[in-house]
Design a protein. Structure first.
Length: 183
C-alpha cells in the first residue's frame, strides 16, 4: 500500500497480512485517490475522523494532504498496531481509539469532539445502519462532510444528513453527505 498524494506521496505503509486478517479490506489506492480528489477542497486544516480505520491508510492520506488532526477508530488490536506502526514510520501523530465504532462515537460525543470530515468504511458484511448516521451527526460540524464507503449492492435510507452524491467504483460506492447548515 502507498500514500497517493500530499507530503508523503509515494511512501509505502503496512497492510494486513491476508492469512491473519482476511476480514480487513483496505480501500484501494485508486478509490482512495478518487475520494481525495472529490474532497480535496475540504481537507486542508480539517479535523478528520476515520471510522473502521483498518490500516489507517485513509486517515493517514488526509494528514499527508494537510488535515490538521486525525482520530482513527479501530477495534481490532492487530490492526491498531499496524496503524501505530504506519503513523510512526511517517513521523505522524494521531489519536487512535481501540474501540467499537458505536462506543467510540458515544465517547467522542460526550467529550464534545467536532470533526469537519468523518470517513467510514464498515466491513461490507455489517451493512450500514441508519443508527450510524444518528451517531455521527452530533460530532460533525455544520457544513461538515460524512463520507461513507460501502458495497454498491447495499441500499439504505436515512433522514439525518443531506445526501450529496454517490460515486461508483466497480463494487464500491462512495456516498457523500453533509450536515445541514442552519441560517
Amino acid at each position: 500500500m502507498r500514500i497517493v498524494g500530499g507530503r508523503h506521496k509515494g511512501r509505502t505503509i503496512k497492510g494486513p497480512v491476508k492469512a491473519d486478517h482476511s476480514k480487513t479490506r483496505p480501500t484501494t489506492d485508486r478509490v482512495r485517490e478518487s475520494l481525495f480528489n472529490i474532497i480535496a477542497p475540504h481537507i486542508r486544516g480539517a479535523n478528520f475522523l476515520d471510522l473502521y480505520a483498518g490500516t489507517g491508510a485513509v486517515g493517514i492520506e488526509a494528514l499527508s494532504r494537510g488535515a490538521r488532526s486525525l482520530t482513527l477508530v479501530e477495534k481490532d488490536r492487530f490492526m491498531v498496531k499496524i496503524i501505530k506502526d504506519n503513523l510512526s514510520s511517517l513521523g505522524e501523530e494521531a489519536e487512535v481509539l481501540p474501540l467499537d465504532v458505536s462506543k467510540a462515537l458515544e465517547n467522542l460525543r460526550q467529550k464534545d469532539s467536532k470533526y469537519d470530515i468523518i470517513f467510514a468504511d464498515p466491513p461490507y458484511h455489517l451493512m450500514v445502519s441508519p443508527k450510524l448516521f444518528e451517531l455521527v451527526e452530533p460530532i460533525l460540524i455544520k457544513g461538515g462532510l460524512f463520507v461513507l464507503e460501502h458495497s454498491n449492492k447495499e441500499k439504505f435510507t436515512q433522514d439525518v444528513l443531506v445526501d450529496l452524491r454517490d460515486y461508483l467504483y466497480g463494487e464500491t460506492t462512495i456516498s457523500l453527505y453533509m450536515r445541514e447548515e442552519l441560517l
